[in-house]
Design a protein around this ligand. Structure first.
Ligand code: C2E
Ligand code: CA
Ligand code: CA
Length: 402
């Protein structure tokens, strides 16, 4: 059994291959060395390498052609470019590879210092190693998880908007891979029974922040993402209520945004749990509405009181007539069902103005602010208030365009 990660090296120069192989073995890899590009390409399916060391100048197929083939095969390996060419050419090759979705972890000029290659290989090995549930568990316990916050605006009839809540968005500050986004680890968490401790962490942190905001006289709601699969625990409403009471927090400040609602039918306890959360005055939002996962059936069957319109629709407002029709219809539908409605993915002033015109209740997106660490919340609120007061001083374009 060979459990060492695989490194594939490609160079037409056998001497260099020997040196690279020896260094890679020292770095803990099992090495497959090739002088022929096709031999490397053939190997990719059966034994996918973690790292590829690639010479850019070869007689049969040059390095750019190899990069193109690797990109066509959507290779995930970390690539180290090794070449005798000048820096500008290396930079161009690197740019090409990155644009095609490849991961270039280092670029080195020949002749290279063996110690440098060793250092790059060790670094590449840990950067490319797949995340494990064990690591994530340690991160949850060791508090390597970080909660970012993205403001949500509340709409007023005069066209002004103020920041009324923060959505908690999880990040993982990984020791070697840097700041990881939720797509990179949430699925793994849920598949390995870590969804609950992870969500408990976000709730705990979020509640601490609410207390901090209240201490600085900022009354902000907190929005937390929960995957539907987690709503299976009959004690959850009571536990949550107890936590809120313990910290003296009004439950109506809290909104749970429920994703992957297609799963909601799979568990009959969910209706019970969600209804009890609503009875306790916690808000329930159906997240990502308007795309695949969420459906009208779930909206009718479950006790939601808010709808979040998915950002893929908002990004096309106001350019796309079709997107405008859909968002307008969704806002109308939500209101007819007595739901409040929030549009996410607001990236421009025009999009926000559109939401004002159709009477959307809340908005969220990069135009207001990207997700930020807790330490920047106060500053972002001040900035938004300044932007709003500057706007109200100029004659309202909103009235003119109506
Ligand atoms: P989401 O709940 O739909 O959150 C909004 C995502 O859209 C966030 O991505 C946010 O950064 C991004 N976003 C916000 N405004 C804009 C905009 O104007 N334009 C564009 N293009 N994007 C915008 P992020 O932080 O990467 O989160 C991705 C997803 O991960 C979230 O989608 C949510 O479903 C999930 N997630 C995040 N934190 C948690 C958590 O604690 N638990 C669970 N179960 N899921 C979480
Ligand atoms: Ca959300
Ligand atoms: Ca969404």
């Amino acid at each position: 059994m060979n459990s060492k990660p695989i490194l594939a090296a490609l160079d037409d120069d056998t001497e260099i291959l020997t040196v690279v192989s020896a260094i890679a073995e020292k770095a803990g890899f099992s090495v497959v060395a090739n002088t022929q590009p096709n031999a490397l390409l053939d190997l990719l399916d059966e034994t996918p390498p973690l790292v590829i060391v690639l010479d850019l100048q070869m007689p049969q197929m040059d390095g750019i052609q190899v990069l193109r083939e690797l990109a066509n095969r959507q290779v995930q390996a970390g690539i180290i470019l090794l070449t005798g060419m000048d820096e500008r050419t290396i930079a161009a090759a690197e740019g090409y590879a990155t644009a095609r979705g490849l991961t270039v972890v280092a670029a080195m000029q020949k002749p290279f210092v063996p110690e440098d290659l060793l250092a790059h290989l060790i670094k590449a090995g840990s950067a490319m190693a797949p995340l494990t549930p064990k690591e994530l568990e340690a991160a949850i316990l060791g508090e390597d998880l970080v909660v970012y916050y993205q403001p949500t605006l509340r709409h007023f009839a005069d066209g002004s908007w103020d920041i009324s809540a923060m959505e908690a968005l999880l990040r993982w500050n990984h020791p070697t891979k840097g700041l990881l986004m939720p797509e990179q680890f949430i699925e793994m968490a849920e598949q390995n029974g870590l969804g609950r401790p992870m969500t408990d962490f976000v709730i705990r942190r979020g509640i601490e922040e609410i207390k901090g905001w209240q201490a600085s006289r900022m009354s902000l709601g907190l929005r937390i993402n929960i995957s539907a699969g987690l709503i299976a625990d009959l004690d959850f409403p009571d536990r949550l209520e107890a936590t809120l009471q313990e910290h003296d927090i009004d439950p109506s400040l809290l909104a749970l945004e429920i994703t992957e609602t297609a799963m909601l039918d799979q568990n009959s306890d969910m209706f019970d749990i969600m209804t009890r959360l609503r009875v306790k005055n916690v808000n329930l939002a159906i997240d990502d509405f308007g795309i695949g996962y969420s459906s009208l059936t779930q909206l009718f069957a479950m006790p939601f009181n808010e709808m979040k319109i998915d950002k893929s629709l908002m990004k096309r407002i106001p350019q796309s007539n079709e997107a405008c029709i859909m968002v307008t219809a969704l806002v109308d539908l939500a209101h007819k069902l007595n739901l409040s409605v929030c549009a996410e993915g607001v990236e421009t002033e025009e999009a926000l103005r559109y939401l004002h015109e159709i009477g959307c209740d809340s908005a969220q997106g990069y135009f207001i602010s990207k997700p930020i660490p807790a330490s920047q919340v106060r500053e972002v609120i001040h900035q938004w208030d300044r932007r709003q007061s500057l706007q109200s001083q100029t004659p309202s374009e909103t009235a003119a365009s109506a």
